[in-house]
Design a protein. Sequence first.
Length: 112
Amino acid sequence: MTLIKLTNVGLRFLLELCLLLVFGYWGFRTGESNVTKFLLGLGSPILAAMAWGTLLAPKAATRLQEPWLFFIEIVLFGLAVWALAENGRTSLAIFLGTVYILNKVLMLIWHQ
């Protein structure tokens, strides 16, 4: 059981990396000019990483408490799912959303 729990924590880290990749993908696909594509493609994952690192990370000095922690997390992953769907990657959006929900449920059950 310990291996499964460790795998779930590792999956969580991969989901967080995917979140940043999706925001970058969305930004580079969304902008109309090369400048806006560049700014959105780099800026959105940087902003998401800053929000995660300062508000959601377990060792953050200003970590939010529940229910705000859960709310901001849902907003970030919801935006990532929306960004994939908006860019025609519906299957990936469904996959990301499903894996996130399963991971979050297991984290809550196992108090991770």
